[in-house]
Write a protein that binds this ligand. Structure first.
Ligand SMILES: *Cc1c(COP(=O)(O)O)cnc(C)c1O
Length: 391
């Protein structure tokens, strides 16, 4: 049987969603380099570069910083499988979709779960969360630093201090914050952090950076039970990525090339400058959206810089607006889900798209699409964003 297929020709979208985000051309280039063996010394040089660059992005001196083969959820499962023992007490600060996933993973590990809950779109008052931790005295506390389902940033210094007071380790989901917003593991006191490559780092999906504090590594070395997940067992992975380089699994070589290049881009720009660029794009977008008459779901000061959640105006169907944006300029934004289905847009302005030119383009398209769906903007969003950049 002979079958012919047309050449691959994916649509060229401007990825203004929560992720995957736009990939730099030089990152694509890196992926075309020859694949070497997963035991080749050159590959371990690439891995060491990645580890160094990841420490800088995470804001940590943690020696044990590496990338798991898999997406952000593999990073989440790594954190839970290695540090949440069956029968242990596991506290989750729950205010969105990914906190629920963290909860479910803990349950599957056989932990005794305690949750402090907030409606989607709100953040935790740190003192209130600290009080909950002192009362519950868990073994592990987990929270989401950048909740992609709602656009909320969670500060954590007081939360981590309270956890340490009761002898608990702290897991933080930094999937969307890494590379775009302050993550600051060491300054906050986060013990175990995980992320992914396809959001704030602007690389293709497929790797999950993880960083573990010396304190958490000591705990792990002393753990008596064997983690149920063999593939994500950090002690086995340490034997592969460090020292002995004993075969564990075949690392996805080309994805490591891509991540290294993406991290080099970030280092060359400077992590602080990159964060500031995301902050500016966010403020310009909020100025524009506000001028049009769109309200933001999240309170000022609690918002992610790289993932904006304006409310969908009454009487407007978010899916129709999103379709118009694709037709107008291949501009892709996403909608809300769960309790926020149909209620918010999720607008990611990250990496190569976090520039004045792109923010203005996005606002122009959004205003046009909303107008065509019957919404009358209060004012001119593009002009308001231009005024923000000029001022
Ligand atoms: C995307 C995301 C995840 C899951 O990552 P995948 O790469 O989709 O597996 C986990 N947590 C948060 C906050 C995310 O945004």
């Amino acid at each position: 049987m002979s079958i012919s297929f047309s050449p691959l020709n994916p649509p060229r979208r401007l990825l203004f969603g929560p992720g995957p985000t736009m990939v730099e051309p030089r990152v694509y280039q890196a992926m075309t380099k020859p694949v070497v063996s997963h035991l080749e010394p050159y590959f371990f040089e690439v891995v060491e570069d990645c580890r160094k660059l990841l420490r800088a992005a995470f804001g940590t001196a943690n020696e044990f910083t590496l990338a798991m083969s898999g997406t952000g959820s593999a990073g989440m499962q790594t954190a839970v499988a290695n540090f949440v023992e069956p029968g242990s007490k596991y506290a989750v600060l729950a205010n969105g979709f990914f906190c629920d996933r963290l909860t479910e993973m803990g349950r599957r590990q056989g932990a005794n779960v305690a949750r402090l809950e907030k409606p989607w779109g709100e953040s935790f008052d740190e003192d209130e969360a600290a009080e909950f931790i002192r009362k519950e005295r868990p073994n592990v506390v987990a929270f989401v630093q950048a909740e992609t389902s709602t656009g909320v940033y969670q500060s954590s210094k007081t939360i981590c201090a309270a956890a340490h007071e009761v002898g608990a380790l702290v897991i933080a989901d930094c999937v969307t914050s890494l590379g775009a917003m302050p993550v600051d593991l060491d300054a906050n006191g986060i013990d175990i952090a995980y992320s992914c490559t396809q959001k704030g780092l602007s690389c293709p999906p497929g790797l999950a950076p993880v960083s573990v504090s010396p304190r958490a590594m000591d705990w792990l070395r002393g753990r008596k039970t064997t983690p149920a997940d063999w593939y994500l067992d950090l002690k086995l992975l340490a034997d592969y990525y460090e020292g002995a380089h004993r075969y564990h699994h075949t690392a996805p070589i080309s994805l490591f090339y891509a991540m290294r290049e993406g991290l080099v881009c970030i280092a060359e720009e400077g992590i602080e400058k990159r964060q500031a660029r995301h902050k500016r794009s966010h403020e310009a977008f909020v100025a524009g959206a506000g001028a049009m008459g769109l309200e933001m779901l999240v309170k000022p000061g609690r918002r992610l810089w790289n993932l904006n959640t304006p409310r969908v105006p009454d009487g407007i169907e978010d899916l129709k607006v999103r379709k118009r944006l694709i037709e107008w300029g291949d501009v892709e934004i996403l909608g809300g889900f769960g309790p926020l289905a149909g209620k918010v847009f999720r607008v990611g302005i990250m990496g190569p798209l976090a520039t004045e030119e792109n923010v203005l383009l996005l606002l122009e398209g959004l205003e046009k699409a909303l107008r065509e769906e019957g919404f009358s903007p209060k004012g001119n969003g593009v002009e308001a964003a231009k005024a923000y950049y000029a001022g």
